[in-house]
Design a protein around this ligand. Structure first.
Ligand SMILES: [Zn+2]
Length: 328
């Protein structure tokens, strides 16, 4: 009888503890922002001397999740659309992609993944493959000069089977870290997606750039600048696009999922965050860096690669600029 009672109370206590942890995981996160210094907007950069650069988000797939999954502490169950996208960049010196979206063959690559993976992170609605987007624009594989990969998670390299042969530019830090585990995880999923596309490494070994620790100037003209945004993965790489024919743009890879992650700031739900983040403390520091940067530069859209809302907003403004034929 005594044992039975003990087991019952033990069960109740564990249940209450579990419930408490579940509720806590949904509450807003403390980033101790109370004593943060208020940052005033900085003087915007004069972009008149930069080249004209065309930027298009190619939305390949999506998944709709409740907002608290993407934004810890969001008090709403409103659906939030997360995209799988590539970004096509038309620069006078090169036509290239930032990340790759999804290929027409993606299902065949995911078929041997665990059921849990396929029902969670690997679950999405395929909308338009990378190959189809390129075809629609009359772009052949051979027209692409290279692909810049923000990082090596499967969902950012999943369009590569549609562009076999195109060189992949990868942050050396990212590749070295991925060799330790990521490339071979899930029956070598990432390695298989990379296939035998040529790999070229780059290093963000240039000077600090607008508060970020180091940089890499892709064309040497200040128009395409890569900066490290580590934590999500060791070498997650952000990309600034500085141009004369539209607003400056800052692509974040997966340093955030949606804008609220750096605006509040807050991580995604801790269960997901812990599964997708390689270094918790560093990833939080990156969110803080982006938080300050967003405050100092309200004129620059900071767009994460899964943020459907900001990507749509950006494309709408691009279409408007093209329709009126000028950007001021
Ligand atoms: Zn991702």
């Amino acid at each position: 009888m005594k044992v039975k009672k003990l087991v019952t109370w033990g069960g109740i206590t564990l249940g209450a503890l579990g419930m408490g942890l579940a509720i806590k995981s949904l509450l807003p996160q403390r980033f101790l922002t109370d004593d943060w210094v208020e940052r005033k907007p900085s003087q915007p950069l004069d972009t008149a001397s930069f080249p004209e650069v065309e930027v298009s988000f190619l939305r390949c797939g999506s998944i709709t999740i409740p907002e608290p999954i993407a934004v810890r502490g969001a008090f709403t169950l409103a659906p939030r659309v997360m995209t799988h996208s590539a970004v096509l960049i038309g620069h006078p010196k090169a036509l290239f992609l930032y990340d790759t979206g999804l290929s027409s063959e993606i299902d065949t690559y995911l078929v041997d993944q665990s059921l849990f993976f396929r029902k969670t992170l690997g679950h999405f609605q395929l909308e338009q493959t990378l190959g189809s987007h390129l075809k629609e624009r009359g772009i052949e594989r051979s027209d692409l000069d290279f692909v810049l990969l923000s990082h090596l998670h499967w969902d950012h390299v999943s369009g590569i089977p549609d562009i076999r042969g195109v060189p992949l530019r990868i942050n050396r830090v990212e590749y070295e870290a991925a060799k330790l585990c990521l490339l071979d995880a899930g029956n070598g999923l990432v390695q298989r997606l990379l296939g035998d596309n040529p790999i070229e490494f780059f290093d963000c070994a240039g000077p600090t750039y607008e508060g970020f620790r180091s940089s890499f100037d892709v064309f040497g003209d200040g128009s395409i600048i890569l900066v490290p945004l580590p934590g999500h993965t060791a070498g997650n790489t952000g990309m600034f696009v500085n141009r004369s024919n539209g607003p400056r743009l800052f692509l974040l890879g997966d340093a955030a999922w949606v804008s609220q992650n750096y605006l509040r700031p807050t991580t995604m739900h801790p269960f997901i965050w812990s599964r997708v983040t390689s270094d918790d403390a560093t990833a939080r520091q990156t969110l803080i860096d982006l938080h300050y940067y967003a405050l100092r530069h309200p004129e620059i859209p900071l767009i994460a690669m899964h943020d459907a809302e900001l990507q749509e907003k950006f494309m709408k403004s691009e279409r408007h600029i093209q329709a009126v034929g000028r950007y001021t």
